[in-house]
Ligand binder design. Structure first.
Ligand code: NAD
Length: 445
């Protein structure tokens, strides 16, 4: 099938590349001319394992093209995906201006019946707004062309996006007509060979499914962080508690790891937007509000531990703190809402210097913060430790899990670790004479 994807970010680029990989003829269009130029030069603007190969393979085969030409993109295909950003506006609601701008572009150029597929995460009712916008623009052109608007939210995880897209747990299709369902069935046929992973539903349910999924996952994280904070105060060990509760299949082990709170481009904004959707219709949703509040507090806990260990915020002035991990989770360079940012900015505010290392997010971090006297991006994880007063682990990259502790001790000014992801074993660090703080466990001295 011929397909057009609006937006070449994490979702649009992965969607376009993977749909081309299963045999569709895909055009990806973006308003960011620089991004399209980089893609046309064979560069992948984001870090996503496996993506470069899929893109290169399909560009070479002629099944994947990148353009800024909107008219060409609209005329290319019967199916038009909207995969542009939906960032929060000032009120916390999802800002639909990019989604509606795409609807307008499609309406201006379409001259045949189209299926418009909303893949962006959008509040319930957005597909109706897309439909109204299309109808309005077509009406302005004196056209009464028919079209369908489908909700097809995306569930890929950054860091594993290609694999998630090619082997989805489920494909959610919210459609109102048989025609739209048939088109979507054919489009996703290659993913349903072993068993049908598609769940068809009405458009509003599909839109809400995406928010419900993210809110549920965020709830698990805030829940375990709440229990971790209690464990610490009560003299319990959250890792024991985690194993104890995860053994119950109704709870399970997934997504109950204590840490520094969730970040990234999805959970924070989606939980906020769901809360906003509730308040817009006059519904009090205390659980959603609490998930967000717990998370915001959790992002500050590691700084509080550092500050209180050194004897207060003012004692941090002039100290050098090494940070391992910047991205909001491993295997991505996405720094949006990363807990490391909250920590680093608090350290700067206290007058400390930060020396940081991340396997892939250094360029993005440099782009965000620019040159500063109190910030160094180290060339590797060990050189980040040179004469630092403490190490803080912010992201649980595999390469941080089994480091050479002797080398670390030689490089650091003090054998002091604040572990925001519980990746080290307290007993071992105690034996080797470290001072070690983690999440939801007693510190060791
Ligand atoms: P992104 O910011 O990485 O990319 C969005 C892209 O859209 C940018 O390249 C931007 O230039 C482009 N764009 C903006 N307006 C445009 C227009 N009028 N025409 C063409 N292109 C335009 O965003 P993302 O992370 O890919 O997220 C996209 C959507 O998917 C969001 O709604 C997000 O919530 C959702 N989502 C994201 C993830 C994720 O892990 N990142 C997962 C599932 C769902």
């Amino acid at each position: 099938m011929r397909l057009t994807i609006f937006g070449t970010g994490y979702v649009g680029l992965v969607t376009g590349a993977c749909l081309a990989d299963v045999g569709h003829q895909v055009v990806c269009v973006d308003v960011d001319a620089q991004k399209i130029a980089r893609l046309n030069a064979g560069e992948i603007p984001i870090h996503e394992p496996g993506l470069e190969d899929v893109v290169a393979r399909n560009v070479a085969a002629g099944t994947l093209e990148f353009t800024t030409d909107i008219e060409l993109a609209v005329s290319h295909a019967q199916v038009q995906f909207i995969a542009v950003g939906t960032p929060p506006d000032e009120s916390g609601a999802a800002d639909l201006k990019y989604v509606l701008a795409v609807a307008e572009s499609i309406g201006k150029s379409m001259d045949k019946r189209k299926v418009v597929v909303v893949k962006s995460t959008v509040p319930v009712g957005t597909s109706d707004k897309v439909r109204a916008k299309l109808r309005d623009v077509l009406g302005g052109r004196g056209s009464d062309l028919d079209f369908d608007v489908v909700s097809n939210p995306e569930f890929l995880k950054e860091g594993a996006a290609v694999n998630d897209f090619l082997k989805p747990d489920r494909i959610i299709i919210g459609a109102a007509t048989d025609h739209a369902r048939e088109v979507m069935k054919e489009l996703y046929e290659p993913f349903n060979r072993s068993h049908d992973r598609t769940i068809y539903m009405d458009v509003r349910s599909a839109e809400l499914t995406k928010y419900a999924a993210n809110a549920m996952l965020a709830t698990k994280i805030s829940f375990i962080n709440e229990i971790a904070n209690l464990a610490e105060l009560l003299g319990a060990d959250i890792e024991e508690v985690r194993r104890g509760i995860g053994a119950d299949p109704r709870i399970g082990y997934h997504f109950i790891y204590p840490g520094l709170g969730y970040g990234g481009s999805c959970f924070p904004k989606d939980v906020q937007a769901l809360g906003r959707t509730a308040s817009d219709i006059g519904y009090d949703a205390p659980l959603i509000a609490a998930v967000e509040a717990v998370n915001n507090r959790q992002k500050t806990t590691i700084f509080d531990k550092i500050s209180s260990h050194f004897g207060g915020k003012s004692a941090l002035a002039g100290k050098t703190i090494a940070v391992w991990g910047l991205a909001f989770k491993p295997n991505t360079d996405d720094m949006r809402e990363a807990p490391a940012r909250v920590l680093i900015e608090a350290l700067w505010d206290a007058g400390a210097k930060v020396v940081a290392y991340d396997p892939v997010a250094m360029a993005e971090t440099g782009r965000i913060y620019g040159q500063r006297d109190d910030f160094v991006l180290a060339k590797d994880k060990y050189s980040a430790l040179e004469d630092a007063d403490a190490l803080v682990v912010c992201t649980e990259w595999q390469q941080f899990r089994a480091p050479d502790f002797e080398e670390m001790a030689e490089r650091l000014a003090t054998k002091l670790i604040f572990d925001g992801r519980n990746i080290f074993a307290p007993d071992r660090l105690k034996r080797d004479g470290w001072t070690y703080f983690s999440v939801g466990r007693a510190p060791v001295y």
